[in-house]
Each structure stands twice: as C-alpha cells, then as structure tokens.
Design a protein around this ligand. Structure first.
Ligand SMILES: [Zn+2]
Length: 545
C-alpha cells in the first residue's frame, strides 16, 4: 500500500489523517497518533519521494466504497475521496504535482475544452500549437513578466548523461506570451494582418510548492488565447468578449457561478496593464480563480517588436490581450460546486455517460425480456445522440450499481425490471434531485430531452443561491473578520492602498482584496472598512486558493 506524501496534513494540533491508496486505487483514510505522524513527517522531510511505503495497515482503515465524509463538514477530505473513488485521477504517479488523468476525468475535460473552443472559434479565433519549450532569450524580454515567473520555471539545460550542456536553457512554457509574440513579429506586418486571434489548448508547467489535484499543479491544462489589434479600443473590446465567453461556458453551460473582477494593481498578471479574473467559491469558503483575461497594452509589443504599417503609412506597435480559461480549475469547480455527499453530480452536457440503464431481474426467466428492453432503450437514446450505457454486469447487484453510478455523477438512470417490461414504462432517476418517476416508454425520449435542461437549471439555481448567500456587505473591521472566518466573500468600501490590503491579509490569515466590479467607477464610498481612511472603491475580499 502507498500513502499520498505530497499533501497529507501534518499539523502540530488536531487529528492527523493518513490517506492511503492501495495498488488497486482504492482510497483509505486512517487516523494517526501524533507520534506516528511526527515519524512520518520526519521521514518525508528526509526522503524526497512522494510515496511512503506502509507495511502494515489496521483493518479499521479499510473503507467503504462510497464517500465517507460530508461535503459541507470536511470539504478537503470529500474532494480527495471523490477524485479517487469516482475514478477521476490516479495519484500514485511518483512525481509531486503531476497527476494521471483517468478516462472519466478526461472525457469531462474534453467536453469542457470543446465548449470553450467552439466559443473561441465562433468569435474569430483559430487553433495553433506552439512548442513546449521557450528559449531563455525570449523569456527574458519582458522584465515584469520574467520577474513574475522566474521562481516557477522548469528549465531544460542538459541532454544525455548530463555531460553535454545545452547552449542556451529552454523553459517549459509556464505560459506562452514569449513564444507567441516572437512569431507575431514575423506574422504581423500590415494593418491587413490584424486582428490576429489565435489559441492553443495545452498543458503548462509551473513549479508550485503545495499542490492539489486540478487546483494547483506543476503541470496543468488550460487554453491560452493571444490576440493582437491595431487599437487599444479593440483590445478592450476583446476583454469584454473574453468575459462573455467565460460567462457563456462556465455559467450558462456548466452552472458554475462566479464574479468577474478587475484585480488590484498589485495582483495583476506579470507583464499586464490590467487583469480581469473570474473567482468562484468552493465549499470551504475559499475562492478559486478559474479564468482570466489581460490587457497587455503594448508591453510585449515593444520588446518583441510586433509592429504594423497602418493605413496612414505610419509603423505602429500592436495592442495585445491574452485570455486563459483554466480548464483544470473549471473541472475542479464543477466537481466541488455541484457534487454532494454521494459524490459527483454532472450536468448532462459534460457527463461521460449521460444515461445509464440498469437491468433488474431476480430469476433467470426474467433476464431475457428485461435485457431486451434495456437494449431497445439504449438504441433509442443512442440514435438520438446520447451517451448511453447498459450496465449488464452480473457480478454486481442493482443496488451496488446504483451507488457506483451515483458516485460517478451520471445525471440520468433508467431502471428496467419486470414491472417496467409488463407496463411499458421505465423508472427514471435524476442524480441531481435523487428523485424517481415512472415514464411511459413512448414519452421517454421527450422526457430525457426535457431533463437535460431541467437538471442544468436545478444545478444552476442551487449553485447561485449558495454563492449569493455567501456574499456579505461589511463596513467595519469586526464584520470583515467575522465574515472571512465563516468562509464568506466580503463586499466592502476600501481605500485602495496596497499597504491596507497587506495588513488585512495578515490580520485575517489570508483574506485577499480580489478587486472591483468591471464597470466600477471610483468615487466617495465613505470610510474604508478596514483602516477607516476615505474609501474610493467597493471591493470584494475573500480567502483564496
Ligand atoms: Zn484601507
């Protein structure tokens, strides 16, 4: 058996839990005495490996098939269990921060990619694939950019047995501005070449100390779109389009609520004039940035010499934007926001299996007609374009199958038994509401079509109610502290000073000024809720990932 060494919580107080993953990828948790825990901590600090071999495990830690904690009570443990038990990731790969994406997760991720790619292409973007490596000379060109990323870059510096060093180091892309814009200086010559709107769907690499699957990785999946324009105004319109693209996919299609905020100047993307980012809220009261778009102004155009000959015969620098929907984190939010105590809950559109059909029979004589009906319904739905699966495994009971597909978030389950065969009906179960109803066979397709929308609406309504209930107004320091302690997002008048934001962060153990609403105009907003000096803005403050 192996234990996950990358992130098991070893603190000086509280209950120590060791997470264990068996070679069969079953997930177990066990409580540890603090002396055992200190021993493991020492071991982990001395040995730079992710996995610690555990030779003996007591029987009490062998866990049930389902999720053993409640999402609201222990989100962190719930999230870890769902990832493994629903078959999303395998954490046994032996490099910290690099995870194996299993088929169930990859199908969800590919659906999310597709939704974004369709929006991007509808709005004039084209796909490209740039090299994974960026030479150091490109990377060094924009000063703020390189400063911001320097500590996180993985470098390739040698080949073979190590005796041969590369002439120049190559960065594994942490983001690709300095790759794209190097080429843009060749591709953009005249106003006729603009706008240029390209995107790639790739993984990027950043050295992160603390990692968490789908939330913070050393390798993670995203989309990056890099656009160039003749005027700043067009670039600012692109920012709007990027936000609208995020809204259409993340909210409309996936039902994840978020706030799109203009980040304060000290929290911008390295190398940007302005950063706009979407924050959603996870059940532990911390916000997660899931998408961002940046007004790069001409900051990269100048060092990369991306210029065009304008209609007036003048050579000018282009105006640029870059947009990054965080596919990984959007998948994390999808899991965290909609999931419940039984596991994943997926909207129909992104579910790897949209309808699962469970045959129910107890005698061999019933088997034939039950299975025949299952096949018929499968064909009906498949021909209508649904991803359907008949779970005809004989080694498991219907009850076991119900639990398994509920854990994995399949939105619609059809139960077909002898009674359903005799009455020409089917029992339809909704994963989101956990309710069943009997539907006549001839109405089934129509019913499933309607459910697609109804399930999404239900998930959206629930998520929005929760999200909105977690945003509170505060005008005094005590109110800010209390709200952050109870896992809420605070909306408050703010003086606009970085020093005040730092002070707030320190005093509240991580409360961060996330920014203002996009169309916000500065004015007189009374007193800063934190320091009492004149407030110029209304900002959102929250603890974050
Ligand atoms: Zn202040």
């Amino acid at each position: 058996m192996f234990c996950e060494g990358g992130g098991f919580p070893v603190s000086s107080s509280g209950i120590h839990v060791l997470r264990i993953i068996t070679p069969q990828n079953n997930f177990h948790s066990m409580r540890l005495s603090s002396s055992v825990c200190q021993g493991l901590k020492a071991l982990r600090n001395n040995v730079s490996v992710k996995f610690i071999f555990v030779t003996r495990v007591s029987k009490t830690c062998m866990s049930e098939q389902g999720i053993t904690v409640k999402k609201e009570e222990n989100f962190s443990e719930w999230y870890s269990q769902v990832l493994v038990k629903a078959g999303l990731v395998d954490l046994r790969y032996n490099v910290q921060g690099f995870i194996v994406h299993r088929p169930w997760l990859m199908r969800i991720i590919r659906s999310i990619y597709k939704l974004f790619e369709e929006e991007l292409e509808r709005t004039g973007h084209e796909p490209v694939l740039f090299p994974l490596v960026i030479p150091e000379e490109n990377f060094e060109k924009e000063r703020e950019h390189v400063e911001g990323f320097r500590a996180e870059v993985f470098w390739i510096s040698e080949v073979g047995d190590g005796s041969e060093k590369l002439e120049r180091r190559l960065a594994l892309r942490p983001t690709s501005e300095t790759a794209f814009y190097y080429m843009y200086s060749f591709w953009i010559q005249s106003w006729r070449d603009l706008p240029l709107k390209l995107y790639q769907s790739v993984s990027v690499y950043r050295y992160e100390k603390n990692t968490r699957p789908l939330i913070r990785g050393r390798e993670f999946l995203w989309i990056e779109a890099h656009d160039a324009f003749a005027t700043h105004e067009e670039a600012l319109n692109q920012i709007r389009e990027d936000m609208e693209n995020s809204r259409k996919v993340i909210w409309e299609k996936l039902g994840i609520p978020f706030l799109f905020l203009r980040r304060p100047p000290w929290d911008k993307f390295s190398g940007a004039e302005d950063t706009y980012a979407a924050d959603t809220l996870l059940p532990d009261g911390r916000v997660l940035q899931i998408s961002s778009t940046h007004d790069l102004g001409q900051r990269f155009a100048k060092p990369f010499n991306v210029t065009f000959l304008d209609r007036d015969g003048q050579r000018k620098y282009v105006w640029q934007t870059c947009y990054g929907p965080g596919i990984w984190r959007i998948a994390a939010a999808l899991i965290a926001v909609h999931g419940d105590d039984k596991g994943l809950v997926l909207p129909v559109q992104v579910a790897p299996i949209q309808v699962v059909i469970i045959p129910i029979y107890y005698k061999e004589a019933e088997k034939g007609k039950v299975l025949e009906k299952c096949k018929r319904l499968e064909e009906l739905l498949r021909n209508a374009g649904y991803r359907v699966h008949v779970d005809s495994r004989e080694e498991y009971t219907p009850g076991y199958k119900f639990n398994e597909w509920e854990l994995r978030g399949v939105p619609i389950r059809l139960e077909v038994g002898v009674r359903e065969v005799e009455t020409n009906t089917v029992t339809v179960f909704r994963r989101d509401t956990l309710r069943k109803e009997k539907i006549p066979d001839e109405k089934l397709l129509e019913h499933v079509r309607a459910l697609e929308e109804l399930i999404l609406e239900e998930l959206k309504a629930r998520a929005r109610n929760y999200f909105e209930s977690r945003i509170v107004r505060a005008t005094k320091r005590e109110e800010v502290e209390e709200a952050l302690r109870s896992g809420k997002i605070v909306k408050m008048p703010f003086c606009g000073r970085e020093e005040c934001a730092n002070n707030l962060k320190e005093a509240t153990d991580g409360g961060k000024v996330r920014g203002t609403e996009i169309d916000f105009k500065e004015g007189d907003y009374g007193e800063c809720a934190w320091c009492g000096s004149p407030a110029k803005q209304l900002v959102y403050v929250a603890k974050s990932y």
